[in-house]
Design a protein around this ligand. Structure first.
Ligand code: ABU
Length: 478
């Protein structure tokens, strides 16, 4: 028992080995129990409580910070409770987010990273991880289709930051003096993106001082993803999973000497699949690419890369050469001090999770994993067409409405729309209270709330999809 043991007895305290071992083994037991439970269909996806309930404290779970240290036993209870009241994103019936799943190798990698507890700014403190990042970036660049002489990149905290990098680097490419002289040297710049692209494009315009009103939002055609004409092309939109025509956009960008970025945060994983990579035909012509392995490839959050075709640009754009980190007179090749390519200083080791999972699965394993997710989407699409009461606005991420029996006789029009708009949030609320399954919903443009089912969880089987549809019918019957 750890009742009497405070953290002061853990390593690096002298003779702390036994207590540290015991503590970590207990923690492993907690994690192992959680991992087993997450994969059991009989377990809940979540044990939902409202914020005020969690704040008040449930069964002794106390969020407040103590003045006196807790016992190690209580720390383990805190760990158990934290998982208990969280959401099990690795559960086969978690369909709520583009990032999901619980990969054991990835989890082990994250633990190793925390144990190493180092920073990705210099080779000096991260020699192995810096080289792993380089190996990964080169591999991803070659999968995108760039030649071996081309390509640069860096892992960043999420797709939004990767997209921000693309605009930052593009602006620097055309107006390098902006780095030193500021916004005054710029004309009024415009960014072009499609109406279904990710909101991070507008957010980046705000952060970079370009202004959200200077983002020209190009209308999509009836297939939601065609004919935007400039800069940011999306490979796998967040809601519909639609792909812009990359080759056609590249032709326009080439003709007008425009920077072409491909936001493949969601769709990049398809590059690993021989069956599906043709959806990104033309990505090799992009000047920069966002690719989030924490989405379709199931790497634990977070793991996102910005790839830039022109070597050296990232460094030139962002380097400031802080002399306490990036001394030029170090005794090794300082081009491996890659941290100055980043807009961050401290940087988490995200690359290792992807590296270790790649070792464990191989490229083929990732390809098979992606194929399985796409097969699940096809299965759901097929089932939706067979069942009464479901309607399809689109079929990539699989977005659909459920029309309860009480609405089925209503004529199309505003009254029906108003009532249909309430259906998805009500069913989702019931799902959350019950904890049986989790799926997202949203409105879009003139379309009232619809469900968005995304597949990135390798644990999901067809029986889970059947369960989802049956559960929607059960919870939405009235
Ligand atoms: N960055 C987009 C994530 C959206 C989602 O998981 O639903």
């Amino acid at each position: 028992s750890f009742v009497c043991c405070a953290t002061a007895y853990l390593l690096p305290a002298s003779s702390g080995e036994e207590i540290t071992r015991g503590f970590l083994q207990e923690l492993v037991n907690i994690l192992f129990t959680y991992i087993c439970k997450s994969s059991q269909r009989s377990s809940k996806v979540l044990d939902f409580h409202h914020p005020h309930q969690l704040k008040e404290g449930l069964d002794g779970f106390n969020l407040n910070l103590p003045d006196q240290p807790e016992t190690l036993e209580q720390i383990l209870v805190d760990c158990r409770d934290t998982l208990k009241y969280g959401v099990s994103t690795g559960h086969p019936r978690f369909f709520n987010q583009l990032s999901s799943g619980l990969d054991v190798i990835g989890t082990a990698a994250e633990w190793l990273i925390s144990t190493a507890n180092t920073n990705m700014f210099t080779y000096e403190v991260s020699p192995v991880f810096i080289l792993m990042e380089e190996v990964l970036l080169r591999k991803m660049q070659s999968i995108v289709g760039w030649s071996s002489g081309e390509g640069d990149g860096i892992f960043c905290p999420g797709g939004t930051i990767s997209n921000l990098y693309s605009i930052l680097v593009a602006r620097y490419h055309f107006y390098p003096e902006v780095k030193t002289r500021g916004m005054g040297v710029l004309p009024q710049l415009g960014i072009f993106t499609s109406e279904h692209s990710h909101y991070s494009v507008k957010k980046s315009a705000a952060v970079l001082g370009l202004g959200t009103e200077n983002v020209v939002v190009v209308k999509c055609d009836e297939r939601w993803g065609l004919v935007p004409f400039y800069v940011n092309a999306t490979a796998g939109t967040t809601v519909y999973g639609a792909f812009d025509p990359l080759d056609a956009i590249a032709d326009i960008c080439h003709r007008h000497s425009l920077w072409m970025h491909v936001d493949a945060a969601w769709g990049g994983g398809l590059l690993m699949s021989d069956r599906h990579r043709m959806k990104l035909q033309g990505i090799e012509r992009a000047w920069s690419v966002t690719w989030n392995p924490h989405k379709m490839m199931g790497v634990p959050l977070q793991c996102s890369a910005i790839l830039v075709k022109k070597r050296g640009l990232l460094r030139q754009c962002n380097e400031l050469g802080a002399e306490y980190l990036f001394q030029a007179d170090k005794h090794y090749d300082v081009s491996y001090d890659t941290g100055d390519k980043s807009i961050q200083c401290g940087r988490h080791v995200d690359a290792f999770k992807l590296w270790l999972m790649w070792k464990a699965k191989g490229s083929q394993g990732f390809g098979a994993q992606v194929d399985k997710c796409l097969e699940n989407a096809e299965y759901l699409y097929d089932q939706l067409q067979r069942r009464t009461g479901f309607e399809l606005p689109e079929h990539s991420n699989v977005c659909f409405w459920y029309t309860p029996p009480s609405l089925r006789g209503l004529p199309l029009g505003p009254d029906r729309d108003t009532r249909l708009h309430q259906v998805a949030p009500q069913i989702k609320g019931r799902m959350m209270e019950k904890g049986s399954v989790l799926i997202g919903y949203q409105p879009l443009g003139a379309k009232v709330n619809f469900f968005r089912c995304v597949f990135s969880n390798p644990a999901t089987q067809q029986e889970d999809i059947d369960f989802l549809l049956d559960e929607i019918i059960r919870l939405g019957h009235d």
